[in-house]
Ligand binder design. Sequence first.
Ligand code: S3P
Length: 426
Amino acid sequence: MKFSRIHSLQGSLEIPGDKSISHRSVMFGALAKGTTEISHFLKGADCLSTISCFRSMGIGIEEKDGKILVHGNGLRGLKRPDKVLDCGNSGTTVRLISGILAGQDFDVTLTGDSSIQKRPMKRIVEPLSLMGAQIESVRGNGCAPLSIHGAPLKGISYSTPVASAQVKSAILLAGLYADGETRVTEPAPSRDHTERMLSAFGADVSSQGTTAVIRPAKELYGQSIQVPGDISSAAFFLAAGLLIPGSQILLKNVGVNPTRDGVIRVFERMGGKIETVRTDLRGGEPAADLLVTSGSLHGTVIEGDIIPTLIDELPVIAAAACFAEGETVIRDAGELKVKESNRIEAMVTNLQAMGADVTETEDGMIIRGGRPLHGAVIQSRNDHRIAMTFAVAALMADGETDIPQWDCVDISYPAFLSDLRSLAGR
Ligand code: S3P
């Protein structure tokens, strides 16, 4: 796919549904009694992988009048799939489903694409094993495929070495089936969609500081869920709207959960004009319309507890920092190395190919902004967020940028190109 400079973005955009919340609405709906009705569900490839896994376990899932209906079978209603569960490219699917499957009374194997088979699973295998789960990496390399032999579970108190909502959620979901209370403490708060939504489904879950606590559930109950727009998808247009001269865009119904909104806080700190013009509650999650007006940005330091709140947005923030005055330092972001690709290496290499002044560090990067970027051939590494980040960078660069591995954007934002075209007036 080829991109070149554009002159201003105008208009408004309904941001597609949040990926994390869409996954959870299907998973919890499958475990609930009754039907869960999901509107604004993200039909990206990752969430479709989740749907396909639950269909393989006997859950009826259909689309009706633009909504997804999940006909839950109750907490103990999943059936043994007659094949290996394919989680595609989705870390959320593998890790959260592992937590659910650890406490069932059947055996199952989970796998995914070549990227998933390289991502670390020890982080869930370890705590789930402490709960009594029989789960192992089939090749003994700490990655998927994972084989799970369902077993009785006991509650634990666990401190995670990394702030990860996927790890926290896997443990909490196993805790639904455990014989006592389960507590997970993180070094910094990660996204809390599981806690919010499980509680709406009737689970006994609460948070105290950086500790989430769950007690075993008797039953969950189907809900009607309106998924807010994905702030991680909105981030591409936040960056483009702030940086392309003469732009003003309205991004509608963006989820602004405080455990996810670090990108807004950082862009504001860099001098970006982002006005909240309307707020709302969608499915127990705060949402807002954001009016973005272009202007100049300056560098900043991004480190510490804010990192988990913008972990998926760091690629596009790094690209935006190339167009900001002065230096931007990103630290404490070693987790970027174990995402769909090594995002530190992918960002630094591709930004350098476009002429940026950027240095890779152990846990982040240093960007000296203000140097004009030029077009290049971008290696997306089949990572959706890397592909879209460089589409945005290309809109402000001289010459043409080619992103040959482009189809991966279907993972989280199938409508990215048409949304970009509508704001560009094409
Ligand atoms: C997600 C959590 C984050 C994020 C991922 C989705 C989730 O991963 O990067 O895209 O849905 O819980 P970690 O929890 O591993 O940081």
